[in-house]
Design a protein around this ligand. Structure first.
Ligand code: ZN
Length: 158
């Protein structure tokens, strides 16, 4: 699995790459130097919307220039830049907020952590041991599935 580091303009993209299972570092306070140091230390592919920065690093670093404004098109740019489609079983294995790998949460433990309606209607739960967020299948999972299908369709038709 390729690992990524996104610049401060790519918060929404980073969130979606994590949902699709890609290890993506992001901070809205990073400057260029910090982003570059982090990417080098952990052999990450840099994602950037900054033309000048991209020109500066593209000779020496693995970097993908993100041109589009919409995050759906941006995901497509990342997938073609990496030439890699994240496998379906990787979806929802990372926290979309902090990138930490998710752990399964047994149903009986989920009861105290989610709204009553969610507990009654959902079967599978997961949680992030770093930020404490609880996840369940539902709207987001449906969106991730649709997103994957769209990516596969677009990649196949190129
Ligand atoms: Zn988290």
């Amino acid at each position: 699995m390729p690992r990524l580091a996104a610049d401060c303009m790519l918060g929404k993209l980073a969130k979606w790459l994590r949902i699709l299972g890609l290890d993506t570092l992001y901070s809205n306070t990073w400057d260029e130097g910090e982003l570059l140091a982090m990417a080098r230390a952990e052999e990450r592919v840099i994602l950037t919307r900054d033309t000048r920065f991209f020109r500066k690093i593209s000779g020496s670093e693995r970097a993908i220039f993100i041109e589009n404004d919409s995050f759906r098109d941006q995901i497509q740019e990342v997938i073609s830049g990496l030439n890699f489609i994240p496998p379906e079983e990787r979806s929802f294995t990372r926290c979309s907020l902090c990138n930490h790998p998710l752990l399964d949460l047994p149903r009986e433990e989920a009861q105290a952590r989610v709204p009553e309606y969610v507990f009654r209607t959902q079967e599978h739960f997961a949680f992030c041991s770093r930020c404490g967020r609880t996840y369940w299948s539902g709207t987001h999972q449906k969106m991730a599935k649709e997103m994957r299908e769209e990516i596969l369709f677009l990649s196949a038709s190129e």
